[in-house]
Design a protein around this ligand. Structure first.
Ligand code: FES
Length: 113
């Protein structure tokens, strides 16, 4: 008999903007084999909290390089970081200026107008 139990991933996401007290929100996401962390973040925005700030463009091609975040303390492209059942922490890049939630300013100073 097939296992029909639904696994869950808990994403513990750092929230906030400059000048605000940072907090971590936990989001329960239905886990499916092969999901990426970005898939889970997009699911959260669609189903639980549309105010969660994330950045991505190519989704799963690892071409745009805009989806970087700290996943369980390691710098990862969230579109290729595998989602795992259980608790995963997702935080903004620590050495980039924070814009809001998981979005940081990644444009080099000499490329800004
Ligand atoms: S979304 Fe483009 S590299 Fe991750």
């Amino acid at each position: 008999m097939a296992d029909v139990s639904i696994k869950t991933a808990i994403l513990r996401v750092r929230r906030g903007a400059p000048g605000e007290t940072a907090r971590h929100d936990d989001f329960a996401v239905p886990y499916e084999e092969g999901m990426s962390v970005l898939d889970a973040l997009r699911w959260i925005r669609t189903n639980l909290d549309s105010t969660l700030a994330i950045r991505y463009s190519c989704i799963n091609a690892n071409a745009c390089k805009t989806c970087m975040a700290l996943v369980n303390g390691e710098v990862e492209y969230t579109c290729i970081a595998k989602l795992i059942p259980g608790i995963m922490t997702v935080e903004p890049l620590p050495k980039r200026p924070l814009i809001r939630d998981l979005v940081t300013d990644v444009v080099p100073e000499d490329e800004k107008f």
